[in-house]
Ligand binder design. Structure first.
Ligand code: C5P
Length: 228
């Protein structure tokens, strides 16, 4: 990409994975390392943007980023309010975090214990708000470019891309980066491959290689949206 093509822009990136407490010591979580989102934050910074990184239990070193630009969160509710407050003046919001679709309906006040003869406890789940869909519908700022990720696994119902294209149409983000997870790609590894689609599910571009290379490809697509 062209150097400094995000000069003067504010880019908000969420990264990592949210954790939903079950009791004081346990949570529902996921395998996202946060590296893809962190690479987007780094690349945006290099291209001249002011960056806010909303980090949900990110497992990679972010000490190279300005501490003032980092907001650490744990739950989906915390991530939502951090993204919404930083996003009010953002030109771009990239939702790279793996956000829990469900959370326990309640958090036990003390550690859940097993008791002899009693059946295992049941954890009731409730749905979390879809932050990306909300941001896409509302637009915290006119002209804001909203970007999401869709980590898909191929299965008998159809292929990764078709699931992703349907998700793009459902969520309404300007851009959605579809990536296949599992089999050594995606979560927890350095390499990634994405197909970037628009809100109609049409392919805009592709990116592959290191997560840094994927970040640059995504920002190229973002910059061409901003120029419209
Ligand atoms: O539906 P799915 O979880 O696959 O969608 C992934 C995209 O939606 C990611 O960009 C993620 O950050 C975002 N998301 C969200 N709020 C949720 C679930 C996912 O913003 N509750």
């Amino acid at each position: 990409g062209t150097a400094r093509d995000l000069d003067g822009r504010h880019v908000v990136v969420s990264a990592g994975g949210t954790r939903e407490p079950i009791d004081p010591v346990r949570f529902l979580g996921n395998r996202s390392s946060g590296l893809q989102g962190v690479e987007i934050a780094r690349a945006a910074r290099k291209r001249g943007a002011r960056v806010t990184l909303v980090a949900a239990s990110v497992g990679v070193d972010v000490s190279d980023l300005d501490p003032g630009s980092l907001v650490e969160v744990e739950t989906t509710a915390e991530l939502r309010s951090a993204v919404r407050s930083a996003g009010g003046d953002a030109d771009v919001i990239v939702m790279a975090a793996a956000v829990a679709d469900f959370r326990p309906a309640g958090t036990a006040a003390s550690k859940i214990k097993k008791s002899a003869g009693a059946p295992p406890p049941t954890i009731e789940l409730v749905e979390n708000p879809d932050i990306l869909a909300e941001l896409s519908a509302e637009r915290l700022r006119p002209g804001q470019v909203v970007v999401g990720f869709a980590a898909e696994t191929g299965d008998a119902d159809g292929d990764v891309l078709e699931h992703g294209r349907a998700k793009a149409r459902r969520k309404g983000a300007d851009l959605l980066a579809i990536n296949a997870v599992g089999d050594g790609v995606g979560f927890g590894v350095a390499e990634n491959a994405v197909t970037i689609v628009d809100r109609d599910g049409e392919t805009v571009s592709t990116g592959q290689g290191t997560k840094r290379a994927v970040a640059e490809a995504l920002l190229d697509a973002v910059v061409s949206r901003l120029a419209r």
